[in-house]
Ligand binder design. Structure first.
Ligand code: RUB
Length: 308
């Protein structure tokens, strides 16, 4: 097995590489490196080894649609070639293109999203979304006077990364614990969060607690925006599959011996925010309503999906 594939999968599993965009790029890059490093010349062996490499990568965070889309994008068209050299060339090119386009999408979303930020806005964000942070940082760079409340995001505390990222940009940032969201919401103008997955119905799957933030925003009539590249749209949801919510180890929640063995711990790491709490999804193809996700998906993934 390619060592780069194995170490990338391990880093994703250990959350050293995390966040939907980063894992998608890491997955695509690993497929490209697999192709670069491949020394065999038998096409059947190559396909077998590629399938195995893709499986190892996808298993590292099995519910992540962005990883799935990134890895699939890197392997796109491999069924149309029958020589190892052609396949290697194709995979290397695909991976580079996916990474480049995905980084470009983050910059485009920052430009589009920043237009939604007004001078004097108080913003709330949840977890650590590089895309949402990109929007906030761009608005700040444009000279808009903004303040940000960032949630801690238990149990993994990605909010610590967020406040570090925002502080580096010079943004006026306040860290709050997750349970302070509703209290603080009365002072907030807009919420910007990222996305792990967006379903064909326009529902958002994102870090656990996102739906509570959305409900509090709805109650306080605060606008709730999702910042997401279109490769986080789930083609599987189009075929009726439910998005599986990842559960992680209980050691993320309690230390050994802290609670009796008889007590169970449930640690789901994502939740679902229904589309009717979402005021807009900011994508690289524009600011769209949750109701338009289906149309964008069809344009992006084509009709082959509908019949698969
Ligand atoms: C991270 C998370 C982020 C999205 C979007 O969860 O929920 O909001 O992945 O991130 P985890 P980005 O820490 O469990 O990976 O905008 O960077 O793609």
């Amino acid at each position: 097995m390619d060592q780069d594939v194995v170490s990338t999968a391990q880093e994703i599993r250990d959350m050293k590489i995390r966040g939907a965009g980063r894992i998608a790029r890491a997955g695509a890059r690993a497929v490209g490196t697999f192709a670069k490093n491949y020394t065999g010349s038998d096409y059947t062996d190559f396909r077998k080894d590629l399938d195995e490499a893709m499986r190892v990568l996808l298993d590292s965070r099995p519910t992540a649609v962005s990883l799935w889309n990134g890895v699939q994008a890197a392997a796109r068209g491999v069924n149309q070639v029958d020589r190892v050299d052609d396949a290697r060339e194709l995979l290397i090119r695909n991976a580079e293109e996916f990474v480049k386009e995905s980084e470009e999408a983050v910059r485009t979303i920052a430009r589009i999203g920043a237009k939604r930020v007004e001078d004097g806005d108080v913003i709330m964000t949840h977890c650590n979304s590089s895309v949402a942070i990109g929007v906030i940082a761009e608005a700040h760079r444009q000279g808009k006077d903004i303040k940000v409340f960032a949630t801690e995001s238990r149990p993994w505390r990605q909010g610590i990364l967020t406040v570090n990222d925002l502080a580096k940009e010079g943004v006026d940032t306040t860290l709050i614990i997750d349970s302070a969201v509703r209290l603080v919401m009365k002072d907030v103008d807009k919420v910007f969060v990222g996305a792990d997955t967006i379903t064909s119905q326009g529902d958002l799957v994102n870090k656990i607690g996102t739906s509570q933030v959305a409900m509090a925003a709805h109650e306080a009539r605060v606008q709730f925006y999702v910042c997401s590249e279109t490769y986080k749209f789930s083609p599987l949801s189009l075929q009726g599959d439910l998005v599986k919510i990842e559960e992680r180890e209980i050691s993320e929640v309690v230390r050994p011996g802290e609670i009796p063995d008889s007590v169970k711990v449930y640690n789901p790491v994502f939740d679902v925010t229904p589309s009717y709490y979402i005021d807009g999804i900011i994508t690289e193809v524009g600011l769209i309503s949750p109701g338009s996700v289906y149309d964008v998906m069809q344009r992006k993934f084509g009709t082959e999906l509908m019949t698969e």
